[in-house]
Design a protein around this ligand. Structure first.
Ligand SMILES: [Fe+2]
Length: 446
């Protein structure tokens, strides 16, 4: 009996002491890692943030002219990291509805009990073809040595961009230090991503635990799930005169997560391209632009795929032996105009190219070219440093290894301007291209 009493006493003591330790732990209920993404139509904007402790209210108060007179609520889901600490984070997603396209809104997010974010603002999407859309495009930006970050922050807050395309690889890596690198990275981009939509695709550095943190923390647009989350590997959206398709090259390199993802994605892209090419759709969004991480063509000398295979050949021509699910032929068939890639920590502009053959037009390389144009822009800055170039290939138009990012303005159905900013050279524009098309659609050889 004495023994039983002693055991009971110890159990009670343990419960009491555990509770008191827990009560003394700091509670992090304030919103952090706040970022925006476009919804699948211009009346929507998705606000996503994180709390490090359990908060069950997800609220955005917003409005025009500095008045936060509207209120939307959303949902919270748990991100469980698979590192040794098994950390949990709480992901809050709120979709704002009935926005007026092109209008500026102020907002903050959080809840009354645990506090609110600072005040941010955004401009609602426009997808009419008269809208001149301005984007910054880059891949491969880490938590450390994110060299382009300061310039991107300033340009964003000065209103130079409508959205960001981040072409994969971030934080280096999100899962490091039990997912804290992901937290730090997402906090560091807040000064960009809380103001303009931060549209992403996955890179190899997001692969840990089946891309779980990447999938958990972004909310890309999906017509079947307006809360995002499960569309983060591949999706599309319209902005101005542009149809953007984002997809994963990583399905081809992390087969342990499921071969069927390659097939599902391929069929989805084919269907999306068919839809985008219906005359009434292509008239509204004549430009089709893709973004994905590992390039079909590159000429860096640090990477066997660039040295010996002229790029990531699975992506270009498909899987070995079966020669299926490659994108080069599909993209030519449906008249993709421009393809953004990253992974190589450098910038390369290519001549219009198909099947390793350059198709420079008779009027000038980028005037009605008879092949898609590829840009590899993966030099935003990370702890893995620059990737040097090898010998230029026949399709190499311009190579540069400076840290930097790409700016792109799509002016109308015929004129697209793109330039490369070197952060190493104080923001100097080191390359530019006008892509001019009097018509959009399939190329002549497919
Ligand atoms: Fe990469």
């Amino acid at each position: 009996m004495v023994l039983l009493n002693s055991v009971l006493f110890l159990i009670v003591l343990h419960i009491v002491s555990s509770k008191s330790i827990k009560d003394n732990e700091p509670f992090f209920g304030q919103p952090e890692q706040i970022h925006l993404s476009y919804g699948h139509d211009p009346s929507l904007m998705i606000v996503t943030w994180v709390t490090l402790n359990e908060v069950n209210d997800s609220v955005v108060e917003y409005g025009q002219l500095d008045m936060l007179d509207k209120r939307s609520t959303g949902n919270v889901s748990i991100f469980q990291d698979s590192g040794s600490e098994q950390r949990r984070e709480y992901i809050h997603r709120v979709v704002l509805h009935n926005l007026i396209p092109g209008q500026k809104y102020f907002y903050h997010c959080g809840c009354d009990d645990y506090g609110w974010s600072p005040l941010f603002w955004f401009t609602a999407m426009r997808n009419d073809s008269d809208f001149v859309v301005r984007m910054a495009v880059y891949g491969d930006m880490g938590k450390d040595n994110a060299q382009s970050m300061a310039r991107l922050q300033e340009e964003t807050q000065l209103g130079h961009f409508d959205l960001i395309l981040h072409v994969g690889d971030m934080a280096y890596d999100m899962n490091s230090d039990n997912a804290r690198y992901g937290d730090q990275y997402m906090n560091s981009i807040e000064s960009i991503a809380a103001y303009i939509p931060y549209m992403t695709c996955p890179g190899n550095h997001e692969n840990a635990y089946n891309f779980s943190q990447y999938v958990a923390k972004f909310s890309m647009p999906s017509s079947y799930n307006t809360y995002g989350g499960d569309a983060n590997h591949f999706y599309s959206f319209n902005v101005g005169p542009v149809h953007v398709i984002s997809f994963s090259t990583e399905f081809y390199y992390y087969l342990q997560y499921g071969f069927e993802q390659i097939i599902n994605q391929y069929h989805w892209i084919e269907q999306d391209l068919k839809e985008a090419n219906k005359p009434e759709n292509r008239a509204k969004q004549p430009w089709i632009i893709t973004m994905a991480h590992k390039p079909m063509y590159c000429s860096n000398n640090n990477d066997d795929e660039c040295l010996f295979a002229n790029g990531y050949i699975f992506i270009r021509v498909g899987l070995p032996f079966i020669q299926a699910f490659g994108f080069e032929q599909l993209f030519a068939q449906y008249g993709v105009d421009l393809e953004f890639w990253a992974h190589e920590h450098s910038y390369e502009r290519l001549w219009p190219v198909y099947n390793m053959t350059v198709y420079n037009g008779t009027k000038g390389a980028y005037i009605d070219p008879d092949a898609p144009v590829h840009i590899v822009t993966g030099s935003a800055g990370c702890n893995e440093r620059h990737d040097p170039f090898g010998v230029p290939r026949p399709w190499t138009a311009f190579q540069n290894s400076d840290y930097g990012y790409t700016r792109m303005n799509v002016y109308n159905s015929s004129h697209l301007y793109l330039e490369q900013v070197s952060d190493d050279q104080g923001g100097k524009v080191i390359d530019s291209m006008w892509l001019i098309k009097s018509k959009h659609g399939p190329y002549s050889y497919v």
